[in-house]
Structure formats: structure tokens, C-alpha cells
Design a protein. Structure first.
Length: 624
């Protein structure tokens, strides 16, 4: 077994695709880990903005989280309907394109791609933040750890959907089990104590109150930060085709229901217990910073073995939560590429039946984001959620139009239209709130990136449209002007490679022009051996003699004189093909390429860029 097969698994045949499909148990970690782990930082993101209110801010966290849960429930019912209506995968891009038009579809595509890239970056950075919080000595190595985790995620995902699900089931269910245990025991202690539980471990001192009243603007910012807990909800609707038949749609809906149900319990439980125990968020820049989940676990259980088990499960789940982006981003880019808005390479499936190039693209973009922001979660959070909510809005608006166009129209599908309509309005308002509240904190970057990506996709579409327009005309074989080409062979010296090129040239045409650029610092001349080594054998075989063209270059330029000669020859011979034979050494090891063929590669590139359809470039390889 090769090293590649050992790391990434053996290649899978197309006929093995059914074996790679998953059930509900594997679908939860693959498509739900991002949504579930947002419970670890969503409430804290909201509570951080309430720090200026001190302990008084705790009175507002439950109402804020409740509002987010109501919005989450609306989105949940909407996406259940989307899964039923689009059993082959109905993400925001597909729904918006089919029902609202091309531009809304591109808007959803750009928003989702940005959201998935940020999902991967935030998930990894949040996991590393949990690790550095537990082991402060690792703080200087934050970025390096982020990139190592990214590499691990890429390798696991390249092994295929089935292996990815198997790898993430244990961390996901351990994360859910430990947090549900914390919430369950915490609720029991709270109720048993009459609503005033005593923390097992002393709580960090509360930050002094600097703001007396909660303003509307602060409330909106708190709500928008807490909405980070809703990212990743769309993932199941994008990945319906990953689930097994029969009842693929039902499996996808079941997985979505379980994910949202657990997420609601986690979000409300953490918020409610934080208020009951009097736990406030700490300043992320504080010297002995602890996350809300860490403080809450210590308050309920103390700092024993269960505290460290919970911390480890949170760390593992947060680090792996980026996998949701790896599961959906390639599917999204494939759908976009099928409409010619992205390079067609995203449509191709790799050795493990994955859309591998989507994985590569996501990896590259995520690495760039992590490097630019130093792997710090707080720097990334302001960019987050806008893309997700914009995609939610377009998807739900598209579903309203979908039901309207279905048989029976409004009369038959009024309830579906009402649910999706409420979802569109609610998420649309939330999008505006999030964009406004976070604009000055960095959300302007996302707002700027979305139209930029739309312009890029439109440019790609324009290119493919032009190519199809030029190639689509099907005509009978054109046998006009089948004259032999003029063969041009650039030749620095006479050796075994150039001999091979000359032999092939003699097969192609009777008109061969050998071009030698002679520089003043050159030791030998090609014309010194031309008569004995080239012309003598050709005359003996009674073949037409090739012409030797020597170009003197006093400034030691080689490429430009060759290009000028070839282009001038093409002008002087209208209607004739010019075949340029480029002798090239093929080496055994990839690193040896840097030692050879630099002029050949540059000349080939310039001929392709500056030439036209009458100039043909032919590589003549010599295998070392």
C-alpha cells in the first residue's frame, strides 16, 4: 500500500458510492457539529457585550437568547420544508437561483462561501482558544496550532464522508453528553436550592459596572453577537444527497431535528444557569481569562475529573466544528460551477468520491484568514453571521416563490408559504441588525467581499459563455488548406534532444527552419557542426535540406529574438501553419525541474499568450 493510500485511503470506484452514504448518527457530527458547538461561544459572545452592565447584565441574557431561539425555531421549520422540496440538496444558492433569479442566487452563493470560510476559521480558532485558556503557555503558538488542526481536518475529510463521520461521532456525542450533564445537574441544584445555587468553585470576580442602563443599541449588538449561535443550520439542507436511501429526505429531516433540538437545550440551559449562578462573561483580554462554559462547569461540578473531561470535549468539538464547512463548501462550489460561475474543476470528484478541489480551495482560504487574523476568535466574530443570515433570507424568500409556483399555488400551500415567509422576514430583519451592529467592528469587510465575489463569478460565467459561443458551431470536417506546416526548431546546440526534434520535424514537413540565437559569450557555434552532423546525413538520404537561421544577440537576450522571428515568419506566410518544436528534458524527480527547461517553459508561455491559432507548439520530450 502506498503512503497516499495509507493516509487518505484507497481510491473508491463510482460503483462504491452507496457504501459512502451515511445515516442519521453520522450525519449529526458531519453536518451539525458547527451548529452544536456554537452553544459554547454564542451565549458568551452576547454576554461579553453586557460586561459594562456588570451583574445587572445577567437579567437580560435569557430574554436575548430566547429571542434567538424563537428565530432558530422559525429557521428550523423553514429548512425542514426546504429539505422536503429539494431532496437532491436545496441550499440557499439552489433555491434562490431557481425561484428568484440569477443575481439573488449569486448573492446567496457569495454569502454562503464567505460564511463557510469563516465557519472553518472561527471553529478552529475557538478550539485553540479553549486549549490556550487551559494551558496558557501555548498562547504564543496559537497560529501554529490552528494550522496544524486545519491540516488534520483536511486529511480526515479527504478520506471520504463515511470515514469523516466515523472519526467525529465520539467527540460530538461526548461534547453533547458532557454539556447536557452540566445543564441537567445545574438545573437540579438550582431548583433544589430554591433558585439560589451555591457554586462548588468560587466564581471569578464580577467586572465593575460602568453602564447603568441597557440601551437599545447595546441590546441590538448583544442580539447580533448571540446570533453567531445560528451559523451552520443550513448544512443539512445542502447535504441531503449524502444520506442513505431509502427515506433519504426523512433521514436528513431527522438529523436536522436532533441538531436543532440539542442546540436549543444547550443555548437556553447555558444562559439560564449563567443567570442563576451569577456568572458573567470575562474580558477576553484578561490575564486569567476563562470561558463562560468553563466557569459554569466549575461552578456546578468543581474542578475535578469531570471538569477536565468537559473542557477536553469542548476543545475537541470546537476544533473539529470546522468540519461542517468542509462537508458543505465543496457541494456548494460544485452547484455553482455547474452553472458556469466557478471553474469546472469544482465539479470533478476525487479519488474518494469527494469534490476534492472544493476542499483544497476551502483549506487555502481558511489558512489565509487564520494567518491574517492571527488565529484570534474575537477578531473573526465580527465578520461572522452576516453571510449565514443573508443566505437564510434568500433561501426562505425563494421557498415562498417555490410554493407559489407549485400545483395548487397559494390555496394549497398557504401554510408552507406562511412559514417560509415568516422565516424570510425574521432573518431579513436580523441580517440588517447584524450588519448594522457589527459594521464598524469589521463586518464592513464581509459587506465589501460579497459584491467582489459576485463580480468574480460573473466574470467566470462571461468567459465560459464566450468559449461555448466560439466552440458550439458543429460543421463538417474542413479539408481546405491542408498544406504542410512550416516547422521551426529553436536549437541552442546539437545533442540527442535536438536530434530527436529534427527527426520529428522531418516527418512533419519539408520546410524546416532551425533557429539558433548566438550570444557573444557563447563558446561554440551550431554552424560549426551543422554541415557534418545535420546536412551530410540529410543529403545522403535525399531529403530536403533544413534552413539554419543564426540570430546574433549582443545583449545576450534569447527569448525575445526567438519570439520576434516566429511572429515575423507567421506574418510573412499568411494561411500557413507554423509548428514550433520545443525540445524538453523530462527529469525523474520533481525537484530537478528547477534545474532545466526554464527558457523552454517561458517560450512556450509567450507563444501561447502572444501567438494565434496558426502557431502550434509541440513538445519534444527526452526522458532522462
Amino acid at each position: 500500500m502506498s503512503l497516499t493510500d495509507s493516509i487518505l485511503g484507497k481510491p473508491l470506484a463510482t460503483s462504491e458510492e452507496r457504501a459512502e452514504q451515511i445515516g442519521v448518527a453520522a450525519g449529526i457530527p458531519i453536518f451539525g457539529l458547527d451548529a452544536l458547538t456554537s452553544a459554547a461561544y454564542g451565549p458568551e459572545a452576547a454576554m461579553t457585550l453586557l460586561i459594562p452592565l456588570g451583574v445587572a447584565g445577567l437579567q437580560h441574557i435569557v430574554p436575548v437568547i430566547t429571542a434567538i431561539l424563537i428565530l432558530l425555531a422559525i429557521v428550523f421549520f423553514s429548512y425542514r420544508q426546504t429539505i422536503a422540496a429539494y431532496p437532491h440538496g436545496g441550499g440557499s444558492y439552489t433555491v434562490a437561483t431557481e425561484n428568484l433569479g440569477t443575481f439573488p442566487g449569486l448573492l446567496a452563493a457569495a454569502a454562503l462561501m464567505i460564511d463557510y470560510i469563516l465557519t472553518a476559521a472561527v471553529g478552529i480558532s475557538a478550539g485553540v482558544e479553549a486549549l490556550t485558556g487551559a494551558i496558557p503557555s501555548l498562547l504564543p503558538h496559537t497560529l501554529l496550532i490552528c494550522l496544524v488542526i486545519l491540516t488534520i481536518l483536511v486529511i480526515v475529510n479527504l478520506r471520504g464522508v463515511k470515514d469523516t463521520g466515523a472519526a467525529f461521532i465520539v467527540p460530538t456525542f461526548l461534547f453533547v453528553a458532557t454539556l447536557l450533564t452540566v445543564i441537567g445537574v445545574g438545573v437540579f441544584k438550582t431548583l433544589h436550592s430554591g433558585g439560589h445555587p451555591v457554586a462548588v468553585t468560587s466564581l471569578p470576580p464580577a467586572v465593575p459596572t460602568t453602564v447603568k442602563y441597557l440601551t437599545l443599541w447595546l441590546l441590538l449588538k448583544t442580539f447580533s453577537s448571540g446570533c453567531a449561535a445560528m451559523t451552520g443550520v443550513e448544512a443539512v439542507s445542502n447535504g441531503v444527497m449524502a444520506f442513505r436511501e431509502p427515506n433519504r429526505t426523512r433521514r436528513a429531516q431527522t438529523a436536522l431535528t436532533i441538531i436543532i433540538g440539542i442546540l436549543m437545550v444547550l443555548l437556553f440551559g447555558i444562559a439560564w444557569l449563567s443567570r442563576a449562578y451569577g456568572i458573567t462573561a470575562m474580558d477576553p483580554n484578561a490575564e486569567h481569562y476563562q470561558s463562560v462554559v468553563s466557569i459554569l462547569t466549575a461552578a456546578v461540578f468543581g474542578r475535578g475529573w469531570f471538569y477536565y473531561l468537559t473542557s477536553a470535549s469542548v476543545l475537541a468539538a470546537l476544533s473539529l466544528s470546522a468540519n461542517t464547512a468542509f462537508a458543505d463548501f465543496p457541494r456548494l462550489t460544485r452547484a455553482i460551477a455547474q452553472h458556469d460561475f466557478l471553474p469546472h474543476v469544482f465539479i470533478l470528484r476525487g479519488r474518494r468520491l469527494l469534490y476534492s478541489h472544493g476542499v483544497y480551495a476551502l483549506t487555502g482560504f481558511t489558512a489565509v484568514i487564520l494567518i491574517l487574523f492571527g488565529g484570534i476568535t474575537d477578531r473573526l466574530i465580527p465578520l461572522y453571521a452576516i453571510g449565514a443570515f443573508l443566505a437564510f433570507t434568500l433561501s426562505q424568500a425563494g421557498m415562498v416563490m417555490h410554493w407559489k409556483k407549485e400545483e395548487g399555488g397559494i390555496r394549497r400551500h398557504w401554510w408552507h408559504m406562511f412559514v417560509n415567509g415568516i422565516g424570510a422576514v425574521a432573518t431579513g430583519i436580523t441580517t440588517l441588525v447584524v450588519a448594522t451592529a457589527k459594521f464598524h467592528d469589521g463586518a464592513w469587510v464581509t459587506v465589501l467581499l460579497i459584491p467582489t465575489m459576485i463580480l468574480i463569478m460573473m466574470a467566470v460565467k462571461h468567459h465560459y459563455t464566450r468559449v461555448k459561443r466560439e466552440m458550439k458551431e458543429i460543421t463538417p470536417l474542413n479539408l481546405v488548406n491542408l498544406e504542410e506546416p512550416i516547422v521551426v526548431i529553436p536549437m541552442a546546440r546539437w545533442d540527442r534532444i535536438t536530434e530527436k526534434a529534427m527527426r520529428f520535424g522531418l516527418l512533419l514537413s519539408k520546410q524546416i527552419k532551425v533557429v539558433h540565437v548566438h550570444t557573444d559569450d557563447e563558446d561554440g557555434h551550431l554552424d560549426e557542426v551543422w554541415e557534418d552532423h545535420v546536412l551530410a546525413p540529410i543529403r545522403a538520404a535525399h531529403l530536403k535540406e533544413p534552413e539554419l537561421k543564426v540570430i546574433r544577440s549582443q545583449y545576450r537576450f534569447v527569448i525575445h529574438p526567438l519570439m520576434d522571428y516566429i511572429l515575423e515568419l507567421e506574418k510573412e506566410n499568411p494561411g500557413r501553419k507554423i509548428a514550433v518544436l520545443l525540445p524538453e528534458l523530462v527529469v525523474r524527480h520533481w525537484w530537478e525541474n528547477a534545474l532545466h527547461n526554464q527558457r523552454v517553459q517561458l517560450l512556450k508561455l509567450l507563444l501561447l499568450l502572444r501567438g494565434n491559432q496558426r502557431i502550434v507548439v509541440v513538445n519534444i520530450p527526452w526522458y532522462l
